[in-house]
Write a protein that binds this ligand. Sequence first.
Ligand code: HEM
Ligand code: CA
Ligand code: CA
Length: 304
Amino acid sequence: QVRQNYYANICPNVENIVKGVVRTKFQQTFVTAPATLRLFFHDCFVLGCDASVIIASTGNNKAEKDHPDNLSLAGDGFDTVIKAKAAVDAVPRCRNKVSCADILAMATRDVIELTGGPSYAVELGRLDGLRSTAASVNGKLPQPTFNLNQLNSLFAANGLDQTDMIALSAAHTLGFSHCSKFANRIYGFNRTNPIDPTLNKNYAKQLQSMCPKNVDPRIAINMDPTTPRQFDVAYFQNLQKGMGLFTSDQVLFTDGRSKPTVNLWAQNSAAFNKAFINAMTKLGRVGVKTGSQGNIRRDCGAFN
Ligand code: HEM
Ligand SMILES: [Ca+2]
Ligand SMILES: [Ca+2]
């Protein structure tokens, strides 16, 4: 249902308008990039790419964004969509013609390019969803403790295969994590190993010093210790050295079924870029709403 150039006759300049807003915001704060990319993922995996994640809670509805798995979504992702929506709506012919879900898809494409990743033609034509509840998030998002089978089955439920899953995981080449998300790997891992043995020993020490026990829960650290602001294949090179931050990252190298793909992409960014664009395009098609299943929200944070 989604296609390139969907707004060609409705709002011909929409992609440039969004790009301008995203570029300005990115220049003000780098977090714009990882925050927007993660927001898109968390939107698409819960009821499809329909901007359900952007809805704010109200007195009688606890929305998706207040589910525990979404509380660490950085505010700059939401802010990017709201600012881009305002800029689109300032153009008379575009006013209330472009969905929040599509604005998020365009902004995500733009932040990947701004951080040095591949650019691609984005498919558009999504409607915004009519429901958003915290309960609907349960079991829909991957946990950092997941093994390969758990990752594959959750991604398969969204029409994404193992190759797509590995490519999309490279989003962790950018952005931050709070210490609590991987503390189990560096403190009291199991009965025989206090530290996860798949973790590089020096990296484990660094993590312990950045995240001491009883660290301030607001402290966040770079997920890619080598090029935290570049969208690149350093993510895969880190995995080869035991420097994947989460179990769900490192398992891509320790499990023999995914290791060959990690090794290939660690030394072939052209092949990775191609797979990443393909996977992002598939992600953007998940659960797309049409007709009476959705509408175009006037305010991305509230139902019409
Ligand atoms: C494969 C399974 C995945 C797991 C288990 C996972 C888990 C996590 C966790 C725990 C964080 C840290 C959150 C925090 O403490 O603030 C995080 C951050 C992030 N994730 Fe994932 N994620 C996965 C896949 C993805 C995918 C597919 C994307 C996008 C395509 C993505 C994009 C991001 C980004 C960009 C950040 C950094 C956010 C920021 O700096 O604000 N992740 N992820
Ligand atoms: Ca959604
Ligand atoms: Ca990087």
